[in-house]
Design a binder for this molecule. Structure first.
Ligand SMILES: [Fe+2]
Length: 318
C-alpha cells in the first residue's frame, strides 16, 4: 500500500487546507498516515535503536528484574510474550517472540529504568518528539477539547518493541504481532529497523507492518522503508470518541525468515482514567464496553483500558 505522507510544516500551519484534506482522507479511508521532515526525528530514532539493542543483549535474568508486577496493576517495564490475539481460525495465539519495554512519556515516578544501559534518555527524547507531533495531528482531526479530550490530560505511553529472530521456521505463529486494534486514542510508530547477526539489513519482502485499510478487506503491507517518516494509526478510543467518524486501524506484524530481528517504538495516546464518554459507536457493542459501562451507557477511559488489557493479556495454559 502506498503511504500518504504530509509534511511537518503543513501540520504546523493548519490553515493549509489541501494538506488537511489529504490527512483526513488518509486517516478516514486507510487508517494510517506518514509525517515527513520532523526536525531531529531520524537522529533520535537512531539513538533509541542503539540503546534498545544494547538492552536486548542483556541476559534474560537481568531484563526480568525490570518486569512489571501485573498483579498489582503495573504495566511499566520489560516483558516477553505477554500478549495474545485471535488468529484467523479464531484461536488465541501468543506473540511469543515479542518483547516490550513500557514507560510513560514524559518521565513519571512509576517508570522503571534499567541501570545497565541508558535506555531512559533516548526513549524519552524520541517519545516526547512523537507525543508532541501527534498532538498536532489530533488537533487537525478534531480530537481535542471539542470532543472532551483536553490535550493537557492526554498521557503518552511509550513501548520499546523487540521482535526476536525466529529460530524455527515451522513455528505455528506466522506473526510477530497478531492482528488487533490498539485500544487507546492514537498510536505513533517509528519505522522498524532489522538486523541479521548484528548487521542492519533492509526490511525483508515478506515481513513488517500490515494494515487492513478502513475501506478494504485484505491486509496490505505498508511501505515504510524511508526511516525519516513517522507513522500514525487510529486507536479504538479515537473511534469511540469520534462516534465512528474516524475508525481504528486493524494491523499486524509479519515475521521475517532467516534469523532476522526487528526493533521499533510505539507511542500510545491515552486519555486520563476518569475521562467519561457516551458515544454512538459500534464499539459500544463490544463486550469490553458493554460489561464496563455505567448505568446511563457512558464509560470511562480507565475501564475501557482495563478491559482491553484483560482481554489481550495471554493466560497461562491450564
Ligand atoms: Fe498495535
Amino acid at each position: 500500500m502506498e503511504l500518504d505522507i504530509i509534511s511537518y510544516h503543513d501540520l504546523l500551519n493548519p490553515t493549509h487546507l489541501t494538506a488537511l484534506q489529504y490527512l483526513e482522507a488518509a486517516l478516514l479511508q486507510k487508517g494510517i498516515v506518514g509525517i515527513r521532515h520532523i526536525p531531529e526525528f531520524e537522529s533520535k530514532t537512531r539513538a533509541y535503536i542503539e540503546a534498545a539493542r544494547h538492552f536486548s543483549h542483556l541476559e534474560d535474568k537481568i531484563k526480568q528484574q525490570y518486569s512489571p508486577n501485573r498483579d498489582v496493576g503495573e504495566t511499566e517495564g520489560y516483558e516477553l510474550g505477554a500478549e495474545w490475539f485471535k488468529n484467523q481460525e479464531g484461536a488465541w495465539q501468543i506473540d511469543d517472540k515479542k518483547a516490550s519495554y513500557y514507560a510513560f512519556v514524559p518521565d513519571h515516578a512509576r517508570n522503571k529504568w534499567p541501570h545497565e544501559v541508558d535506555l531512559k534518555t533516548p526513549f524519552l527524547e524520541l517519545g516526547e518528539l512523537i507525543f508532541n507531533t501527534g498532538k498536532l495531528l489530533l488537533n487537525a482531526m478534531g480530537l481535542n477539547e471539542s470532543v472532551g479530550l483536553a490535550h493537557e490530560a492526554l498521557t503518552g505511553y511509550g513501548r520499546m518493541l523487540h521482535y526476536h529472530k525466529e529460530s524455527d521456521v515451522t513455528n505455528a505463529n506466522p506473526y510477530w504481532c497478531g492482528a488487533h486494534f490498539d485500544h487507546g486514542v492514537f498510536t505513533g510508530l517509528m519505522p522498524a529497523y532489522y538486523f541479521r547477526d548484528g548487521n542492519e539489513v533492509d526490511e525483508p519482502e515478506e515481513a513488517g507492518l500490515y494494515i487492513k485499510p478502513t475501506e478494504g478487506q485484505e491486509f496490505e503491507k505498508i511501505n515504510a522503508t524511508d526511516k525519516s517518516i513517522l507513522l500514525f494509526q487510529v486507536g479504538e478510543f479515537g473511534q469511540l470518541i469520534s462516534n465512528d467518524r474516524i475508525r481504528a486501524t486493524k494491523h499486524l506484524v509479519k515475521k521475517a525468515k532467516g534469523g532476522i530481528e526487528r526493533f521499533t517504538f510505539a507511542l500510545f495516546y491515552s486519555a486520563q482514567d476518569d475521562v467519561l464518554i457516551k458515544p454512538h459507536s459500534i464499539l459500544t457493542k463490544d463486550t469490553r464496553y458493554a460489561h464496563h459501562q455505567l448505568e446511563d451507557g457512558s464509560i470511562t477511559y480507565g475501564k475501557w483500558q482495563q478491559a482491553s488489557y484483560e482481554r489481550y493479556r495471554a493466560k497461562t495454559p491450564q
